[in-house]
Design a protein around this ligand. Sequence first.
Ligand code: PLP
Length: 374
Amino acid sequence: MADQFYRDTWAEINLDAIAYNIQQIKRKLPRYSDIMAVVKANAYGHGAVDVAKEAISAGAGMLAVALLEEAEELRDAGIEVPILVFGRVSPRDVPIAVERDITLTFFQADWLREVKQLQLSQPVSLHMKWDTGMGRVGLRTEEELLAILGELEDQHAATLTGLYTHFATADEADLSYFHMQYRRFEDLLKLFKRYWDQPVVIHTGNSAASIRFPEEMQHYIRFGISLYGLYPSTVVKNEREIDLQPAFSLHTRLIHVKKIEAGESVSYGATYTAEREEWIGTIPIGYADGWTRKLQGIDVLVDGKRMPTVGRVCMDQTMIRLDKEYPVGTKVTLIGKQVEEEIEADELASWLDTINYEIPCMISARVPRIYTRR
Ligand SMILES: *Cc1c(COP(=O)(O)O)cnc(C)c1O
């Protein structure tokens, strides 16, 4: 992406909101719990480096990403706090992690055996992942745990620095599966402690678990969606356990305004036809910006009021039905606040039949991110 941009469409990232959300969760956590700011996927579309720096200065002691290249980006930006990679990194890339002081996740005895074949300048720092019911990655049985601990005894290639698990239903109303996972975790932990007496950090909770069960959290929480000011689910939102400020907003400007007559149509397929004389505005955002075609018909904010988008979303442009004539250059807000009105990421998520996590992630890299403070 070019450093300069000329277009009238941008996402604003309010860094003060990032700091605010960290302060809100910190107030709820026990004193020994630290925050791992989850900045995978370019900080859920907010911009990894800027968000990571803000999170650290607001008190997060560690960062987490999904990929080794995401961790490298943070190191390249001069960030020095510990970074954990959640995903599986191929053994052949472990020397990169050692060189850049990046902690990796592992869960397979075979993976450890391959790493032990490498000539590493220092042991790689590892967090062991336990699958207690998420069914994604992680060791599942006591046999697997014992096999891995056997491989770990010789620590010249690898140092076990942490262990963790991930909950599948921490954001739901029915918490029985969550409690089952917790018991499974505690059973494995008991066994682990019988064979391992060196210190490790433990972390289990994502945003939902840490907001709902702060007193159950161990050394770290893995704070993702709520770092960005969004609630993990409507259940958690309605419980009002924490006040959050959304960091992400999306804006554009009218680039064309015209009057059309009754019977005239707008955009591809001529799917929208005016019933009377109408003012139609054009905004320079489309599906190539992640403003997906399925958003046809959703409201945007102009002059502090809701106005519907009309006709098909094009690759680079979308049309709006205005309540009157506005000058070219008038600001249009697609996500966020204008005066008293607000369009939340949650509204787009429910329109698209998805979760709010997907909304900032889907706004493509073609939309510049501007960092602000309130
Ligand atoms: C993405 C992720 C998180 C963050 O979850 P949120 O619900 O966004 O807080 C935590 N842990 C793991 C393993 C993840 O992959």
